[in-house]
Design a protein around this ligand. Structure first.
Ligand SMILES: CC(C)(COP(=O)(O)OP(=O)(O)OC[C@H]1O[C@@H](n2cnc3c(N)ncnc32)[C@H](O)[C@@H]1OP(=O)(O)O)[C@@H](O)C(=O)NCCC(=O)NCCS
Length: 218
């Protein structure tokens, strides 16, 4: 199922469900939650989860990381398409920011930001993947926050993403802000985040790097 085909549920409803799931997960692991998690309340990341975020470094991709990055995407997406896309964007020279979450030599997650042709200096955030054994521990969020911070420091003015609105809105991405832009991914799961104070054009055409266009992913 693609993001476009997913049934839309309100973030509040989903966060209620997640809180219950978190609570169950917590109890299953025999961990002490510290407080009762009520429906509608999102439990913060706790110490004592399977992996400790403090031991994880978010850093630029380094030579030699590529096979592990490929594997993380293939596992997270249960197939090779996104892994192949990352390899191709790297080869095409459109890769701008490529971050891994690493614990020692182990690559647990990866995000890619690549160059868009757009009415402003803009990047596409895609794909984002965390190894299935390490999801829901804040690793994806930490990589995205660092990626956005780096992009802002480097003078990029906007980042576009296609994905789960409940997830990406927590970083400031907005469907409304993306509405004026035309891209193959435009629609109710397409979002934009402006970086920096400069006034930017609120409409225009976005052209993704060639590997996205030939990947058939949506
Ligand atoms: C989406 C993804 C990158 C998030 O990374 P993560 O480290 O698991 O996420 P975080 O711990 O930072 O954030 C947790 C949130 O992610 C979402 N999430 C994470 N894993 C999820 C899963 N398996 N099912 C549903 N939602 C999930 C939840 O909304 C959760 O919200 P909550 O904190 O309110 O419970 C990761 O789950 C993943 O790799 N998924 C498979 C690939 C994918 O779908 N990528 C995104 C599309 S490009």
């Amino acid at each position: 199922m693609t993001w476009r085909e997913r049934p839309t549920a309100t973030c509040e409803a989903r966060s209620g469900l997640r809180a219950i799931q978190n609570s169950l997960q917590c109890n299953n692991r025999g961990l002490v939650c510290g407080r009762t998690v009520k429906e509608g309340q999102v439990m913060p990341l706790m110490k004592g989860t399977a992996h400790q975020l403090e031991s994880i470094t978010i850093r630029d991709e380094a030579p030699g990381d590529q096979p592990a990055i490929h594997e993380v995407h293939a596992l997270a997406f249960s197939g090779p398409a996104e892994a192949k896309l990352v390899d191709e964007v790297r080869q095409s020279g459109d890769l701008v920011i490529s971050l891994v979450a690493a614990e020692g030599d182990l690559i647990l997650g990866h995000i890619l930001l690549s160059k868009l042709e757009a009415p402003m200096r803009a990047l596409a955030l895609a794909p984002v993947a965390v190894h299935p054994d390490f999801q829901r521990q804040g690793i994806g969020s930490a990589m995205i926050r660092k990626g956005l911070e780096n992009a802002g420091h480097d003078g990029w003015e906007a980042v576009f993403v296609l994905g789960d609105v409940c997830y990406y809105s927590r970083f400031g991405f907005s469907v409304q802000a993306a509405k004026g832009y035309f891209s193959p991914y435009s629609g109710e799961h397409f979002m934009m985040l402006q970086l920096g104070p400069r006034k930017i054009l609120t409409s225009g055409r976005l052209v993704y790097p060639a590997p996205f266009r030939s990947s058939g992913l949506s």
